[in-house]
Design a protein around this ligand. Structure first.
Ligand code: ATP
Length: 309
């Protein structure tokens, strides 16, 4: 008798870089109002979802050892959330193939959660629309809606209210991951401390940046990249200054701390320059991992699926 091996639904989900991150004052509820322009990058994770008789998670690829395979993994929480919503059990075997470095401020875990929502909607034939998936995504984490959305978008609130931003052409990036991490809450606390002490300059609104994106002009975009958390990240990890300097010396148009760091992102004029900058940064020994990427790319999307199902 022929046994049919179930084939997985495979979903690819992008990482992100913050081109602009404006941080408002600390609110009474302990949060900061954020204004963020995100761009989805080609550095991505693939999530394989296969019918099974229990919920299991396996992780392969970059930094796989540091990713939990139990309820601590966002894909587990995404599967349980969607199963509850669908009134069914969450029996699915999930394999994550990591391309996005872990804990680098690039939303890798959020991307996997977004991929799981999209993939299970397909595998379980739930027929949920994008708006319903966005709502579920926002329950899982503030970066999940953007990794569902992809491309370039303006996020407000805690990052979960999204508006598409027109972006012409591809932009070329070098992503440099620092040795050691930075805790996001600690970076926000440091910003509050710096603001209590003096008043570090704020980046203003992203209007000009959005014009440069619409024009597809990397040279115009470079000086407009901005991040209110950068001063705090540099204060906690002064060695990032060296990384930022090294990337620009190597030929990048600009370098910026992405999100709360410690990842630094370098905008380059084209792909060849990006490859050269990556090679020089690798030689300079200022970071843990270097990747070349381009953006914008689409949000979480199904790559392949078992047509005989
Ligand atoms: P963000 O940019 O959204 O703040 P990040 O990119 O800095 O996130 P992640 O790679 O998402 O960080 O991982 C942060 C932590 O979350 C990891 O150290 C890990 O313990 C946990 N985690 C849970 N699920 C995942 C996952 N699917 N992939 C990676 N890390 C995960």
């Amino acid at each position: 008798m022929l046994s049919v091996v179930p084939r997985p639904v495979i979903v690819r989900a992008p990482s992100k870089v913050n081109l602009h991150l404006g941080v408002g004052d600390l609110r009474e509820d302990g949060y900061h109002e954020l204004t963020s322009v995100f761009q989805a990058l080609s550095l991505s994770d693939d999530v394989h979802l296969t019918e099974s008789d229990a919920l299991t998670v396996r992780v392969r690829g970059v930094d796989a050892d540091s990713v939990p395979t139990d309820r601590g993994n966002l894909v587990w929480q995404a599967a349980e959330l969607l199963a509850r919503r669908a009134g069914r059990s969450a029996d699915v075997a999930i394999t994550i193939v990591k391309g996005v470095p872990v804990a680098g401020g690039m939303a890798g875990g959020s991307a996997d959660a977004a991929a799981t929502l999209v993939g299970l909607n397909e595998l379980w034939r739930l027929g949920l629309d994008r708006a319903e998936l966005f709502e579920l995504g926002a329950e899982l984490g503030s970066d999940v809606p953007f990794t569902l959305h992809g491309m370039t978008a303006l996020g407000t609130g805690r990052g979960e209210k999204l508006l598409p931003v027109l972006s012409r052409n591809s932009f070329h990036w070098v992503i440099a991951l620092a040795k050691g991490g930075l805790s996001t809450p600690a970076v926000f606390r440091e910003l509050d401390r710096l603001r209590a002490e003096g008043d570090p300059p704020r980046i203003g609104d992203p209007d000009e940046l959005m014009h440069a994106l619409a024009a597809g002009d990397a040279t115009a975009l470079a000086p407009l990249l901005g991040n209110d958390l950068q001063a705090a990240a540099l204060s906690l990890k002064p060695e990032l200054r060296r990384t930022l300097r090294a990337g620009v010396t190597a030929g990048a148009l600009a370098g910026i701390v992405s999100g709360s760091g410690p990842t630094c992102a370098f905008l380059c004029s084209d792909e060849d320059v990006a490859v050269e900058v990556a090679a020089e940064l690798a030689g300079a020994g200022v970071c843990r991992t270097i990747r070349v990427a381009h953006g914008p790319v689409p949000g979480a999307r199904v790559l392949a699926d078992d047509i005989s199902r």
